[in-house]
Design a protein around this ligand. Structure first.
Ligand code: ATP
Ligand code: SF4
Ligand code: MG
Length: 342
């Protein structure tokens, strides 16, 4: 499919009083046009950092040390802050776990929604009409009246709908969503997921959807990116990831209880072992070696490349990849010996 977003070999550190935190390492991924790509991983794996890096809303202490981020073929990391603001207003928008991140307490929803159309020279009445239409589309009842209300006059679920309406007013090519349903109850979550699905179909945009919930990702997404300790350890279609996972970390996530993966409230299961410390030194070898049940000598020395899970090759362009030496055809005998993979 046609690529909208491509991240290539992105590495990012945060400065801290104790030293550098290596939050992202050699991240490569693509988001095809019109597809919904899920990003899953434990807390601290770098999911939000990745989303903020893409839309360039990073904290001051963040430093991109390597890599490129292409949107429509333009490297976003080379744009001026002003050009980047235009991109955010026209090509990309973001929704957050806490809707109040993007709402303005002192403006009515209507005034705020008119404000964010400042690039447009249309008369105010037209902007207001569009805002009402957008609110109606995301299921806010009586939008003509409710548009005068302030954010605190809405429930959490309604606020998240308003944020989605605001994000969609931009008619973005890419919507970034950082755990937009995590703060909501299960019923509300289902509604928001359905809404995102519907809007994606109506607008044809792509969505990068960050989530803790494997079930939600299986339900909503076309493709999945699995992150662990700042790396993409596996990526592929929902089918690939859920039916023939190629990385021991993904397998561990799914092993717990595959039948219940679709359950909406399911969180990532806990896997024994320690997550590597990302402060001051890039770990040697495989990032998952401290928790992997299949660890062998090579894992300590060599950082695994992204293998094509089907062919075992390392060239780019594969749709299902895993950063695990067991995917190297040279390790095939080991794979059989231990008899644990797909
Ligand atoms: P969660 O599921 O809890 O939201 P996450 O996968 O989104 O986690 P990030 O918030 O991206 O993880 O954090 C990745 C790593 O970067 C963590 O170790 C975190 O402590 C660190 N980090 C994030 N923001 C900063 C910052 N501004 N300064 C220093 N370290 C940071
Ligand atoms: Fe486990 Fe080694 Fe594969 Fe890493 S490379 S996931 S340690 S088997
Ligand atoms: Mg996060």
């Amino acid at each position: 499919a046609d690529t909208l977003l491509e991240v290539r070999d992105l590495s990012l550190d945060f400065g801290s009083p104790k030293g550098r935190i290596h939050a992202l390492r050699d991240i490569s991924l693509t988001v095809p046009r019109g597809r919904i790509v899920g990003v899953v991983g434990e807390s601290g794996s770098g999911k939000s950092t990745l989303a903020y890096a893409i839309i360039r809303l990073l904290a001051e202490n963040a430093l991109v040390t390597q890599g490129e981020i292409f949107l429509d073929g333009r490297n976003l990391l080379e744009l001026s802050p002003r050009q980047m603001r235009d991109i955010r207003g026209q090509r990309m928008s973001m929704i957050f776990q806490d809707p109040m991140t993007s709402l303005n307490r002192v403006l009515s929803v209507g005034d705020h929604m008119i404000d964010i159309q400042y690039r447009d020279s249309a008369p105010k009445a037209e902007k207001r009409r569009r805002a009402i239409e957008a609110l109606g589309r995301v299921g806010i009842p009586d939008p003509e009246d409710r548009i005068q209300n302030y954010p605190h006059q809405f429930s959490g679920g309604m606020r998240q709908r308003i944020c989605i309406a605001m994000a969609m007013l931009v008619e973005p090519a890419l919507l970034l969503a950082d755990e937009p349903t995590t703060a909501l109850d299960a019923t509300m979550e289902v509604q928001i997921i359905d809404l995102l699905k519907r809007l994606q179909q109506e607008l044809g945009c792509s969505i990068l959807f960050v989530s803790h919930h494997l079930g939600t990702v299986a339900e909503l997404c076309d493709d999945v990116i699995v992150m662990y300790a700042g790396e993409v350890v596996e990526s592929g279609s929902v089918r690939d990831i859920f039916h023939k996972p190629g990385h021991p970390y993904t397998q561990a996530l799914l092993q717990c209880d595959p039948g219940r993966i679709r359950e909406k409230t399911r969180r990532l299961p806990t896997i024994p072992g320690n997550v590597p410390n990302l402060l001051n030194r890039v770990p040697q070898g495989c990032i998952f070696k401290t928790r992997c049940p299949y660890v062998f000598e090579r894992c300590h020395e060599e950082h695994p490349p992204s293998y094509d899970v089907d062919s075992g090759r390392v060239d780019s362009g594969a749709t299902h990849t895993a950063r695990c030496h067991l995917r190297d055809p040279a390790e095939a005998s080991r794979d059989k010996e231990e008899g644990h993979l797909v």
